[in-house]
Write a protein that binds this ligand. Structure first.
Ligand code: MN
Length: 629
């Protein structure tokens, strides 16, 4: 691509006639083909021989001033003006020194005939030359499809030797290549039919790589978008959100697959869906294939509030197969509404074995140890905030930095996430106010409940399209309204049914610190394998008891044979810390768990349940209580 040189004037004073003399400076990318006979260049003295002076026009082009054409005295590295007399067939350049007191300098850029991928749409039917990096190689039953990335975008190049046979088998993912071929339209997609493919090596490859990397880095810089709401904590998180948005944008621009894992509740779904929409919109913008949102992006809910070994092994299984079968890069993993705690470490260590970069967007109380495994981490606790700023709020703000165009579609997701996670932060009210015209607080609560109910039945599936209907992202408002009403009715009936079965079995005691403690055995006094599951059942029981004991601190423990779920109000607990202490104090308890500070869960071995529960209650009895004013 030929660019016009930028003119800059040296020696601005003096005679305008002289100033019209132009001398040229060769930019670093230029080579012999860019040198023109008769033109004057600014060079640098490289060395001397008895027959003349060697002059460099840039790092890679040099010529000779024969001693008969030397006009002044020089030392090595001096600047010198030279006119090109002749370029010999062997590539040697004959120069002549000239002296011009006043002149204008013009940069010479590399005359590459390479066309940028973003310009291909205007070149259908023409033969072009492109330079870029191979991001993926897919063997079809016909041609071999090379996905090429350059500084401006990404397109496919199809090479054919014989049906189903790999063309250019020496070309690998990550290679820098120069391709000559005709631009065609195939199924409404631009494609280059490869006539020639050269793998670039050495300096050529470095020059192209540098050019692409620099341009992609610049292009990945997120746009300057103000926050949706006024929030000092979110404001302080902006630099970290920009960092993570940049990493995600870069993954899209380099055709790196993305796996987004999120907690399988309303908050986690809102967070994941906001980023999903932004990523897919950016993929389209960057010219990715029409089906790229299926093979380059995967959103998957995780049952646990952390990245379980089971989840990452499933993800690795797919990623390594895609890597071998389709030549895909290893993925970027995004963890949302999970990923901040020690419990994520085993998975993070495994990701490291495969060189998989991970970013976390979470509002669980973070353990500093995870950060050494992450390339980015957004968490309100890092800047003095807390879990009241939920993952769905963070995810929506990050999504706007990835692709600002999605804002109108996802504006209401933070409000749904806030009520879904029972946020008590001031941000909740602000996000609700933002969408008041379209969604009341009750609407948001209904959507959140519908999401929880739907996800329960979806189990490990992402429900990509049906979730869009629940969140009113698919553009069919009537269907959204009816679907939410249906899910809310089903969820409420199931909750009522569950509560009428288990409320009569709730045991009550008042702890020495004034907290009202309620215990419910959800294994034997609640329906199993249906909605609401044990965690939500305990939450619903807790909500009713909080209403009943509105003036008191309340703790509810729902337990099964080998687990307990904790909900609390007005009791300053630190559940992850309690879990750590119990693990030390009760040998053979097999204790693990965590979650938020005041909402969480704990696992243990069945035979130690009574000891563990007694230990837990003893700890809760010591905790400071106090209701928010
Ligand atoms: Mn959450």
């Amino acid at each position: 691509m030929e660019r016009k040189g930028e003119k800059s004037r040296i020696h601005p004073v003096g005679n305008m006639k002289d100033a019209n003399i132009t001398v040229y400076r060769m930019s670093p990318g230029c080579d012999l083909g860019d040198v023109e006979v008769g033109k004057t260049y600014i060079g640098r003295v490289q060395g001397f021989a008895n027959f003349g002076t060697f002059v460099q026009l840039n790092e890679r082009v040099k010529g000779l001033v024969h001693k008969s054409n030397v006009r002044t005295h020089h030392r090595e590295k001096d600047s010198i003006l030279v006119r090109v007399l002749n370029i010999r067939s062997n590539g040697n350049i004959d120069l002549e020194e000239v002296t011009i007191p006043v002149y204008t300098v013009e940069m010479v850029e590399r005359k590459s005939t390479a066309v940028r991928l973003s310009e291909l749409a205007g070149k259908v039917g023409k033969t072009v030359r492109i330079e870029g990096e191979i991001a993926q190689i897919k063997q079809t039953s016909g041609p071999t499809i090379f996905t090429i990335v350059d500084e401006s975008g990404t397109e496919n190049a199809a090479a054919f030797v014989e049906a189903g046979v790999r063309a250019y088998p020496e070309a690998e993912c990550g290679d820098l290549v120069r391709i000559v071929g005709e631009v065609m339209m195939r199924q409404n997609q631009l494609q280059i039919e490869v006539e020639d493919l050269t793998i670039l090596a050495g300096e050529d490859a470095e020059t192209v790589r540098e050019r692409i990397e620099k341009a992609i880095d610049l292009r990945s810089e997120p746009p300057e978008v103000p926050l949706l709401i006024d929030s000092p904590v979110l404001e302080k998180l902006r630099p970290r959100m920009r960092e993570v948005a940049k990493i995600i944008r870069k993954a899209v621009f380099t055709s790196q697959p993305i796996i987004l894992r999120h907690h399988a509740d309303a908050d986690g779904i809102c967070a994941g869906v906001a980023v999903e929409l932004a990523v897919i919109s950016l993929m389209r913008e960057a010219g990715a294939d029409f089906d790229a949102d299926y093979f380059l992006f995967k959103r998957a809910p995780s049952k646990a509030p952390f990245y379980e070994i089971e989840d990452i092994i499933r993800d690795l299984d797919f990623a390594t197969k895609d890597n071998v079968r389709y030549g895909q890069k290893m993925p970027l993993v995004i963890l949302m509404d999970n990923g901040s705690t020690e419990e994520d470490l085993p998975s993070m260590k495994l990701a490291q074995v495969y060189g998989i970069p991970m970013v976390v967007i979470d509002h669980h109380h973070p353990d500093a140890i995870v950060d050494q495994y992450l390339v980015g981490h957004v968490n309100p606790y890092h800047v003095g905030g807390d879990f009241g700023i939920t993952a769905g709020m963070l995810g929506t703000e990050v999504a706007r930095l990835i692709s600002p165009g999605v804002e109108a579609t996802i504006r209401h997701l933070p409000a749904v996430a806030g009520v879904g996670d029972r946020s008590e932060a001031p941000e909740r009210a602000k996000y609700l106010a933002l969408v008041r015209e379209t969604y009341t607080e009750q609407d948001c609560k209904d959507i959140a409940l519908a999401l929880d109910y739907l996800q329960f039945w979806l189990r490990f599936n992402d429900g990509r399209e049906i979730v869009k209907d629940v969140l009113n992202l698919a553009g069919d408002f009537e269907r959204h309204r009816r679907l939410v009403a249906h899910q809310v009715e089903g969820a409420n009936l199931a909750i009522q049914d569950q509560l009428s079965a288990c409320m009569p079995h709730v045991r009550h005691e008042t702890l020495p610190n004034g907290a009202e403690l309620f215990l419910i055995d959800v294994e034997i006094h609640a329906h199993k394998f249906t909605f609401p599951p044990p965690g939500k059942t305990s939450g619903e029981v807790h909500d009713r008891l909080c209403q009943q004991y509105s003036g008191s601190p309340v703790v509810t423990i729902g337990f099964g044979p080998d687990f307990a779920v904790l909900r609390s109000r007005g009791v300053m607990m630190n559940i992850p810390q309690m879990v750590r202490e119990l693990r030390e104090e009760i040998p053979g308890g097999g204790i693990s768990g965590g979650g938020h500070l005041v909402v969480g869960s704990i696992k243990f071995v069945e035979g130690m349940r009574d000891e563990v529960l007694r230990g837990l209650i003893a700890k809760i009895s010591l905790v400071r209580t106090g209701l928010p004013a």
